[in-house]
Design a binder for this molecule. Sequence first.
Ligand code: THJ
Length: 132
Amino acid sequence: MALKTPVSRMVADAKARIREIDAPEAIAMADRDDVVIVDLRDPRERDRVGYIEGAFHCPRGMVEFWVDPESPYFKPIFGEDKTFVFHCASGWRSALTVDTLQNMGMEKVAHITGGFSSWVEAGGPHVGPKGG
Ligand SMILES: O=S(=O)([O-])[S-]
């Protein structure tokens, strides 16, 4: 069954509306006090392949609830005057997420185009797999 809106179209449309940052640029931004790197992946993925040092972990399933000050699940970090740079594994989930957050009214948001894998490839500092 072909879907009316395949996810590839959703991602392409989202990418046209959001700020995309490649891994070298994200690595250069990561140390800034006004930038927060946000990891949207599941805990299992972080355990299996590692994570960006210093990244804030926000599972994608909670993100709308964690950024909204009116939500009981609000996380104060998202109320700070910072630029939030989201990432997932390869940049698809983060594109959809940033598009959604822009729709909610967040302005200083971006995503890492190639996700965690591009960060590692570009030599970004990270913690390796759990137990490995
Ligand atoms: O993380 S992802 O880009 O593979 S959906």
